[in-house]
Design a protein around this ligand. Structure first.
Ligand code: GAL
Length: 509
């Protein structure tokens, strides 16, 4: 894997292949994610943004949670799904004697002097997410045994992490931040928290941990704004994957489809056997928006997709109409109760064989694994129709809010997550590929081996739903627009609203 993320090599290979990259002198993922928010891809300023002098205006981006937690959690917030631990049960008890860590290339050593509480905010409450988060906690406890981890994971809400983000926003605005919180690299980090002055810059930590050498340049650029680094990437996820039940595909005698025509032909054959072809969960606004992201990408291609966030591709384009019509047809093959099914439960429908396929990100890989449904035997995967060779990317990260109660413990949390040991404990369970270039490949499953390989060859584009491509308010508008589509299937009204959303975001005229 040493060379898998050799950004210079990828850059030169891509620049010779793709004209749209050569204009920027930076990788697409950087150029697009940051250009769309005002061209921050070449950070120059050396000054940290000033701390907010007064509480900034009320959040404009976080949607009101559909089932709002009423109070900001001071200890573990009650997760909305039963699977989530309220505290990191397996790891909160301090061991009586500190274990000797295995040899590691990181700077981590056991430190009994770091004490107190460490509150970690995330929306990881599903199978795979919980196990992966607990793996990060376990590595933390190994080195910092006297810290009490408070798991403040909250599921549900609008979009990816809606309820968690809403509670977090309340806490941040009240200057009562948790020690650290899950945040997507890209606009979600930069626009919402970094350039608004709520985070500490992490340049020194990146230097002392040697991270500027081991994280790919694309990710470092995306974690940067105003000349500073603002968060530590935990992973790289891929959004555009079609997951399928291997046994159903064998029984029906179908192969993973490559085009939309193939895809609907496969759906027809499965439906003819009395099996629901596609699992969809739109009980809260999210999954339809995620699926449509992949349909748009498969219809417009990488360049057309990227243009949606820079104003080059019109949301009124006939190809967007075509994509909406494709999505309308998609609904002919989904479970009829999709408006009352949670997105997080759709993977289980494929495990049970209630549905044959589902489109979702590779957190499904983690969820399948947590249900003992394994790559190649239980599930198969393929790029969503029309997207072979395109990696629709997002990355989870953690940063350091200003004014945390236990800064030492928080910095150590970041050191754990950015370490090789931390990444190789977390990612095999999360389903994602590691953000570090030097991870131990042997710890990863067949899907992840494939993903790591794809990352080196594919054209990388930023995910919209998962915070990479556009500011949070636009993402939320998009997710809500697609939720309305799921109920009404009105192509013209939806396209009009999508165009309006782009204008409201200040990107389209
Ligand atoms: C994404 C997040 C992933 C995964 C997924 C589903 O936005 O980056 O880590 O958890 O949501 O919850």
């Amino acid at each position: 894997m040493a060379d898998r993320l050799n950004s210079r090599r990828i850059l030169s290979a891509r620049m010779s292949r793709r004209r749209w990259l050569s204009a920027t002198g930076a990788l697409a993922i950087t150029a697009v994610a940051l250009q769309a928010c005002g061209g921050q891809s070449a950070p120059a300023a050396t000054q940290a943004p000033a701390a907010p002098t007064s509480a900034p205006s009320a959040p404009t981006t976080a949607p009101a949670p559909t089932s709002a937690p009423t109070a900001a959690p001071t200890t573990a917030a009650a997760p909305t799904t039963a699977a989530a631990p309220t505290t990191a049960a397996a790891v909160t008890a301090a061991p009586t004697t500190a274990p000797t860590p295995a040899a590691s290339t990181s700077s981590l050593t056991v430190d009994q002097n770091v004490k107190g509480k460490l509150e970690i905010f995330s929306w990881w409450t599903n199978g795979g997410e919980v196990e992966a988060l607990n793996a990060s906690y376990s590595v933390y406890k190994k080195y910092f045994p006297n810290v009490q981890i408070v798991n403040a994971a909250i599921g549900g809400g609008t979009g990816a992490g809606g309820n968690a983000k809403a509670v977090l926003k309340t806490r941040m605005l009240a200057h009562d931040p948790p020690e650290s919180f899950q945040v997507h690299l890209g606009h979600e980090l930069i626009d919402t928290w970094a350039t608004t002055g709520y985070m500490e810059p992490l340049d020194d930590l990146f230097k002392s941990e040697g991270w500027t050498e081991v994280f790919p340049k694309q990710l470092l650029d995306i974690a940067s704004a105003n000349g500073h680094l603002w968060s530590v990437p935990w992973n790289i996820h891929r959004a555009n994957i079609l997951w399928y039940n291997v046994k159903i595909f064998k029984d029906v005698g179908v192969e993973p489809p490559k085009t939309f025509d193939d895809f609907f032909a496969v759906c027809e054959k499965i439906k003819a056997k009395g099996i629901t072809p596609l699992a969809l969960g739109e009980a809260a606004p999210f999954h339809t928006a995620h699926v449509f992201e992949t349909v748009l990408l498969g219809t417009l291609g990488a360049e057309g997709w990227i243009g949606l966030f820079t104003g080059k591709t019109s949301w009124a384009d006939p190809k967007v109409t075509q994509a909406l019509n494709t999505l309308k047809k998609y609904f002919d093959y989904v479970n009829s109760d999709y408006l009352s099914v949670q997105a997080g439960d759709t993977a289980t429908l494929v495990v049970k064989g209630t549905a044959a396929m589902v489109i979702n990100g590779d957190w499904n890989n983690g969820q399948f694994k947590s249900e003992n449904f394994m790559a190649n035997t239980g599930f198969g995967w393929a790029p969503t129709p029309g997207t072979a060779g395109i990696y629709d990317a997002l990355a989870d990260s953690f940063g350091l809010p200003k004014g945390v109660k236990n800064r030492d413990a928080a910095v150590d949390w970041l050191r754990v997550g950015g370490s090789k040991e931390g990444q190789d404990a977390f990612n095999p369970l999360k389903g994602s590929i590691p953000a570090r270039t030097d991870a131990d490949k042997s710890k990863y499953d067949a899907y992840q081996q494939w993903g790591m390989e794809e990352w080196t060859k594919d054209t990388i584009v930023p995910s919209f739903v998962h915070g990479f491509a556009a500011k949070e308010s636009w993402t939320t508008d998009y997710v809500n627009t697609m939720n309305a589509f799921a109920a009404k299937k009105d192509v013209a009204a939806t396209q009009k609203q999508l165009t309006q959303n782009c204008q409201d975001a200040g990107v389209c005229k």
